[in-house]
Write a protein that binds this ligand. Structure first.
Ligand code: BV8
Length: 260
């Protein structure tokens, strides 16, 4: 059920997006919540149950690679069992609309679950990597050696490559630099966009949390979709307090109804 105020916000958001020539969409774990993928900081989220410092840092991996891989193997099995939700599909449709009118669309995601790709999105920048990829321990995110690791569940934990080298998840852990290639492209997109749509993120993790402030500083509109209040909510041009799977299809429909 979409509240009256939300309806007006959807119409206003659709008008902004219909006029946009260069859009950046930034997503976080919330866009996958309606697919059944646990978020990190919500009640019953991943960080509720697990200690991030013992699982999502290079030090944790170095200390016990098997333990960290067991956690990712569990998450891979969870992600493998779910499907994209209407929010993912709406963003893929939005990209097709932008491409169809020769406008630029960049999807910057913090998510590692690959659900945007599965829903049909194409111009995706995975800031924090991808749970279905791995690379030799000791290599960087832009180095040769990144490969698909689709086996699920993993037969051997920790997995090794054909030379016996220990493999690590191709994921950015806390305290690790993001891929310079990916973060530079995201930085350029956020520096030049005429609007940004921020969906399903607590906007707490840097450097991605800094991205929405780049268009805001230029006076470009930032639209937030999140059922909860975040650090961005008071700064956003429009902050729609709703689930992405419920409102994104309406925003896309509104774009097509010439709300521009
Ligand atoms: C870096 C991968 C430079 C793992 C993740 C001390 C030392 C070192 C670094 C730091 C430090 N102090 C601070 C930092 C920087 C640090 C940071 O920002 N920390 C925060 C916590 C303060 N950042 C880093 O370390 C980054 N690297 O800075 O390198 C450097 C290097 C060395 C030394 C210094 C600096 C690396 C950041 C990447 C870390 N990796 N994950 C894994 O996933 O397994 S971060 C983790 O948080 C996930 O990637 C996730 O994507 C990200 C952000 O979380 P969200 O996606 O926003 O999810 P969250 O649960 O928080 O929120 C969900 C939202 O959805 C909520 O708002 C909810 O209301 C909403 N929602 C719920 N349902 C719905 C919904 N929305 C819409 N619809 C719904 N239905």
């Amino acid at each position: 059920m979409v509240e009256r105020e939300t309806g007006a916000q959807i119409t206003a958001a659709a008008r902004i997006l219909a006029e946009s020539k260069k859009l950046v969409v930034l997503t976080g774990a919330g866009v996958s919540a309606e697919s059944g993928v646990p978020t990190f900081r919500d009640k019953d989220g991943l960080w509720d149950k697990y200690d991030v410092t013992t699982l999502a840092t290079p030090q944790a991996f170095e200390a016990d690679p098997a333990f960290v891989w067991q956690w990712y193997d569990w998450r891979r099995q969870k992600v493998k069992s779910v499907e994209p939700n209407p929010g993912h599909f709406a963003l893929a449709e939005m990209e097709r609309i932008f491409s169809g009118r020769g406008a630029s669309f960049t999807l910057v995601t913090q998510n590692i679950d690959n659900l945007h790709c599965a829903a049909g999105s194409r111009n995706i920048l995975e800031l924090h990597g991808n749970i279905w990829k791995a690379r030799p321990w000791g290599t960087g995110p832009d180095d040769i050696g990144v490969r698909d690791l689709p086996e699920c569940p993993l037969a051997a934990i920790p997995p090794r490559d054909e030379f016996g080298r220990l493999l690590r998840p191709h994921i950015v852990w806390f305290g690790e630099m993001l891929s310079p290639l990916i973060s530079d492209r995201a930085h350029v997109a956020a520096s030049t966009c005429d609007a940004m749509l921020v969906i399903g993120t607590s906007n707490m993790v840097y450097p991605s949390a800094a991205l929405p402030y780049m268009p805001l500083r230029r006076g470009a509109p930032v639209i937030e979709v999140n059922p909860g209040v975040t650090a961005l909510s008071t700064d956003a041009t429009i902050s729609i307090r709703a689930n992405s799977g419920e409102v994104l299809p309406g925003i896309v429909a509104g774009m097509g109804r010439g709300n521009g």
